[in-house]
Ligand binder design. Structure first.
Ligand SMILES: CC(C)(COP(=O)(O)OP(=O)(O)OC[C@H]1O[C@@H](n2cnc3c(N)ncnc32)[C@H](O)[C@@H]1OP(=O)(O)O)[C@@H](O)C(=O)NCCC(=O)NCCS
Length: 206
């Protein structure tokens, strides 16, 4: 049987076995400490009957505007969203659906807050985690070259119910559109565009 409860500060002294994993990002204790204190309801731990930690998820939120304004109309104006800071499951308890369960509970909490989307960063070689996120509807929003120093990263996003138009993914689509148009331009126009850009940059820099 698995019990789920809030992640408390004392858990930081028990989670070494889980975080010392090559694909789990290890941050300074102070980072976790601050997140847990600021967003206690977004940090959850799964515990086995013998008290062993099975896995945990620590998340946070970025709040641009008021959570809920008046009749809700102003919700359109904010980009409030959640962020998965760390998700890690103990080796002994992987592939049992625990990672999926913790992620779904996290996403549901942000749905209740009427957030626009959830995002996270993942190593490009972490195929199992990427598969898990994709199975939940996450989309690769952008590639982040050398984000982890030794590895590229992906910024993945999940639009929540409020984001009917999938606004949180539009930036990327917009950029892809520009890139697509640029690639279709005849070569001579591309070269003059490049020269104009260089001129502009040198003017600004010197
Ligand atoms: C990635 C991780 C969180 C997955 O947790 P989990 O509890 O084992 O995942 P689940 O059992 O919920 O699996 C969900 C889906 O993810 C994918 N997946 C997860 N582990 C997998 C594996 N070892 N091999 C293949 N697919 C895997 C599958 O698509 C799976 O769905 P399926 O069971 O229907 O095939 C876990 O392996 C882990 O803690 N890894 C190390 C830390 C890490 O990478 N964290 C994420 C950093 S962003």
């Amino acid at each position: 049987m698995t019990a789920l409860r809030e992640f408390v500060l004392q858990d930081l002294f028990k989670f070494n076995r889980i975080v010392f994993d090559p694909l789990t990002e290890v941050y300074p204790l102070l980072y976790f400490y601050n997140k847990i204190l600021e967003f206690p309801l977004l940090a959850e731990v799964a515990v086995a009957p013998d008290g062993q930690m099975m896995g945990f998820l620590i998340g946070s939120r970025q709040v641009d505007g008021a959570d809920r304004v008046g009749d809700g109309k102003d919700l359109d104006l904010n980009n409030n969203h959640g962020h998965v800071c760390t998700l890690s499951i103990n080796h002994d308890y992987r592939c049992l659906g625990l990672g999926t369960h913790l992620m779904k509970r996290f996403n549901n909490r942000l749905e209740l807050k009427q957030d626009l989307f959830v995002d996270l960063f993942v190593r490009s070689r972490n195929v199992n985690a990427i598969r898990l996120y994709k199975s939940l509807g996450y989309v690769i929003y952008q590639k982040l070259p050398c984000f982890y120093g030794d590895d590229d990263g992906y910024d993945m996003r999940l639009p929540l119910s409020r984001d009917v138009e999938r606004r949180c993914l539009q930036n990327q689509e917009y950029l892809m559109g520009i890139l697509f148009l640029l690639l279709r331009l005849p070569r001579k126009y591309l070269i003059s565009l490049w020269h104009a850009l260089l001129k502009l940059l040198t003017k600004k820099l010197f």
